[in-house]
Every structure is written in C-alpha cells, then in structure tokens.
Design a protein around this ligand. Sequence first.
Ligand code: HEM
Length: 84
Amino acid sequence: GVDSIQRITPSELKRHNKKDDVWSAFNGKVYNITWYLPYHPGGEKELLRVAGRDGTKLFSSTHGWVNADYMLDECLVGFLVPEP
Ligand code: HEM
C-alpha cells in the first residue's frame, strides 16, 4: 500500500534485473514486473529488455495504446528519483 511506497534511484533499479527479480520504470513509476513475465503477450524476452531500467521509451514505441499505469497498479514499488 501507499505506506510502503519507496523512492528508487536508477542504481537501485538496476539491481533488480534478473529473471526472478525484475523491476522496471515506466513514466516515473517503478514496478515489480516479475510475476507478469509469463503473461506478457509480446513474450518474456521483449519484457526482459527493460529489466532494471527505465522502459518508458521502448514501451511507448511498441504499444503506446496500452495503459501500463492501470495494468501494473498492483505491482507499484515506488517512484524513480535521481541519484543523490
Ligand atoms: C504486446 C503489455 C512491456 C513489446 C503487448 C500487449 C500488452 C502488453 C497488453 C498486447 C497489446 C495488443 O495486443 O494490443 C505490456 C506491459 C508491459 C510491456 C504491461 C510493461 C510491463 C513491453 C516492452 C516491450 C514490449 C518493454 C519491448 C521491449 C511488446 C510487443 C508486443 C507486445 C512486441 C506485440 C506482440 C504481438 O502482438 O505479437 N504488451 N508490455 N512490451 N508487447 Fe508489451
């Protein structure tokens, strides 16, 4: 819930780049997308391209019509912030 929402830097985001622990950022929000990998209609491999990094550009270039914000609401980990 809202109480546990974190501020996440790009270097922290980068730590979650393994298949069993995948975080990615879209539009300033960081999501834990691990569970979603097998369900992605575009396949796991495509999704893993954004593991541990900001996937906003790649996401909007492949399917700007998909509402990630809505789909991934339950997977929200926190907000992407600059390195201190
Ligand atoms: C298809 C969701 C990330 C590449 C789809 C579709 C959804 C979806 C709902 C079906 C769209 C449709 O049929 O209209 C998501 C979500 C993502 C994500 C929630 C983030 C967690 C990505 C990324 C890439 C990607 C980062 C590219 C690196 C694709 C491709 C398809 C697709 C190529 C088309 C598959 C096909 O129709 O053959 N995705 N996607 N997706 N996605 Fe993603």
